[in-house]
Ligand binder design. Sequence first.
Ligand SMILES: [Fe+2]
Length: 408
Amino acid sequence: MDQKIEYVNDGAEFHEIDPLLLNADSLMDFSIYERQPYQNDRYRFRCLLVDSSSIPKDRLMGLLKSWGKVYIHKDQIEKYHQYLKDNLAYILKHDEIDVGKKTDTLINLSRDVVKESFETNFSFPAVARQSLENAQRLISKAVEFISDIKSLNGIANLIGHDYETHTHSIKVGWLMATFINSNRELFNFDKAHDLKPFLIQAAVAGLLHDIGKIKIPPNILNKNGKLDNLEYIIIQSHTAYSASLLFDMDIAKHTMQAILYHHENEDGSGYPTGLSREQIPLIAKICHIADVFDALTSRRHYKEPKTPFAALKIMTGNNPYLDTLKKFEQEVSENIKAPVTAIVRDDYDIKLRRLREREIIEQEALKRVEARMKLRDQGMSHCFDKSLLKRFIITINKSESFELSGLL
Ligand SMILES: [Fe+2]
């Protein structure tokens, strides 16, 4: 730890933090200070805790509760933000932390996600700062809405379950709102003031679109490697789970449509209901495009991110193996076992033979899943509404698309 035990200054170098946000179960790699008055508008900052690992957990919990305001040095603010990110689920679920503080913490971290995405994928120097601030404001309002409808617990569970899904959801919400703002003529807004709540609801749809994933076992959701057919079916159930979790909440109809139908494909090969073309609600088609674009361009623990260009190439590509791909998809939706090409006949121990046969069936299923994923990356144009996808490409290529000034 390179921080000093004591500082005397005007306080500008220190940030006040709430000790309740600190988790006694999670080691902190930053120092915590208390502030005492000194002379002439100066303060003495005295270190309370240098190494949280040196104190027994019960004693640390007692200390955290007994402290009022505490401070950290500005040089360690990055470490503190990372700590909040790692402990976000804990904070959102903590009964003694009030909803306002939980919402603020979630908003601040969500703003960081937008900032990072803005810097990685979309660098438009002329409008970047203003656009970024507006995008951050939009996400803040969407998070406020979610805390109002008492859905913070669901978000907390999602974060605890899978932080990557949460950051992805923030970006999907922002991309959806950006698209709608640039393509207002698609929605017949009667009055200009109809637009603002609609953009916020679109961001809410993005934030909540995968919330049903909290019902999917973590070993399937975070599996390193390809999912087998049964696991793929279980994953698909997240759309219905999302809708059921939010059923009693005060959610707008179009938000619910986006959540329930964001995996429907234009040609009817999607899920949960196999809707096609005009049967799929417009907002769900937009959510689908934003969802796939962000999934392809994001880094995941099991894959490198694709560039926006490479992602759009996949999304607009006509798949030359569509028939085979559809056969595989149907196999999955009907949970048909992969046909086995090799049968073990030369082993006379029945038990061993069955085990070996099962092994072969599983290997075959995995091979087919792998083939399906490879085929999918050859082109996904059958999944999307062509004219909407074209509009999406134009939208993300125009710097002014990200400008939401005066709307929020
Ligand atoms: Fe999804």
